[in-house]
Design a protein around this ligand. Structure first.
Ligand code: SF4
Length: 410
């Protein structure tokens, strides 16, 4: 089948062909930072607003750029207003974001702009761990000042067996009660296995998963994304800049060359990392943390710019990917966790470090770290990581990074 994606004109076949020719494999960088190119180059093919794509079997057309709101939106109302104005109409929040301040700020926006609610595809999430999901969902809705969310995610799935029959029944009940229209989960750990599992469950409408130029072209990720697309599970990418947990290094020659090449085309390497995700028409939307107008405007410009990445640009990203592979944690937590006897959630700690290092968000990093089980945090410095380092397919210096986490986040 030669599926052409609405709004982009890109078929999956075009995408696979281009990527295959460029032998794209892996790589990464962070969201925050200076953004030079805010607009597509003169003469570039540009959409009037952020394009939309269908979110799998939900049948809903969602903006290809989703506003990640892992921050205090109460004091960022202008950003919400501007996102709506520019056509970023898919908003993603969660119970845990900004200590509830993310949901509260969105609620305040809706109370002041009630007509905006029907324009927004609203998503919130709850960790399945913890008591009384219904009560917590009701509190989310109250903070959001809405009767329902369009899509509800169980937050941070690590294995598909967490989608229990009890969760299935609960989701059906909440749908019937009109508290959400669609149901799914988010995952940044063992994403491929979670996706493969989701494709077999007809009650999963959509999944949000870590998906970027480091992981998108591994055979297992391709198989998992294909399986979901085939079964109609809507797909939303996140962590698309492939942030790394380790110390920020001086830009290498390869990185500088890559940035220079993209700038000649009129966009930054950060924008290119979004564009490469959108090149896959199986991805309906890409969720990006956009805590300020600089990042929002740069990402909107990238979404509106319909210029295709050239083969050399895929290759350029590939080179950068290979060079930074040993610094990127691919979320395959099952591997390292088994190697340490299940005593430490290594990739969760890596994620905390990434928030600290690449996002420049020490508070989010510390909060996420504090959310890990206390007995695991206490054990971090004592564990022997040699087996995990041997098993890690990216060859990360796990022991040194765990020591760093204890120093910076404990
Ligand atoms: S530390 Fe290595 S094995 Fe563990 S999740 Fe990251 S990349 Fe995978």
């Amino acid at each position: 089948m030669n599926r052409k994606n609405k709004g982009t004109g890109v078929t999956r076949r075009d995408f696979v062909k281009t990527v295959g020719l460029a032998s794209l494999a892996v790589a990464g960088a962070g969201v925050a930072g200076a953004i030079a190119a805010q607009e597509p180059p003169a003469g570039a093919l540009k959409a009037q607003t952020v394009p939309k794509r269908k979110l799998g079997k939900t049948g809903v057309d969602v903006s290809i750029l989703s506003l990640g709101t892992m921050f205090d939106t109460i004091n960022n109302q202008l950003l919400l207003k501007q996102a709506l104005k520019w056509g970023v109409t898919y908003w993603d929040t969660a119970e845990s974001y900004g200590n509830n301040l993310s949901e509260e700020g969105i609620g305040r926006f809706f109370s002041r702009n009630p007509e905006a609610r029907k324009e927004i595809f609203l998503v919130t999430k709850l960790q399945a761990k913890g008591s009384n999901l219904t009560e917590r969902l009701d509190k989310c809705l109250k903070r959001l000042q809405t009767e329902y969310v369009d899509l509800f995610f169980i937050h941070s799935l690590t294995a598909i067996d967490e989608m229990t029959p009890a969760i299935k029944d609960w989701a059906a009940e909440m749908k019937k009660a009109g508290k959400f229209k669609f149901f799914g989960f988010s995952t940044h750990t063992n994403m491929e296995d979670c996706l493969l599992g989701a494709a077999k469950l007809d009650w999963i409408d959509a999944v949000m998963m870590t998906y970027n130029f480091q992981v998108m072209h591994t055979p297992k990720m391709q198989e998992a994304v294909d399986a979901c697309a085939k079964s109609g599970v809507g797909l939303v990418a996140m962590k698309s800049q492939a942030g790394r947990p380790g110390p920020v290094k001086t830009p290498s020659e390869a990185k500088l060359k890559m940035a220079e090449r993209f700038l000649e085309r009129g966009f930054t390497d950060k924008q290119a990392k979004l564009k490469i995700v959108w090149e896959n028409p199986q991805i309906a939307s890409l969720c990006s943390q956009m805590p300020n107008l600089t990042i929002l405007s740069a990402n909107v410009a990238a979404a509106r710019d319909l210029t295709k990445l050239a083969r050399e640009e895929f290759e350029s990203l590939r080179q950068y990917a290979l060079e930074t592979r040993a610094d990127y944690c691919a979320g395959c937590g099952k591997i390292c966790q088994e190697a340490v006897g299940g005593t430490v959630p290594v990739n969760e700690v890596m994620r905390c470090l990434m928030y600290y290092r690449e996002y420049g968000e020490p508070e989010i990093a510390r909060q996420t770290f504090a959310g890990l089980p206390a007995e695991m945090r206490q054990r971090l410095a004592e564990v022997d990581y040699s087996q995990a380092e041997q098993a890690c397919p990216h060859g990360l210096a796990i022991a040194a990074l765990m020591r760093l986490a204890v120093e910076m986040l404990a």
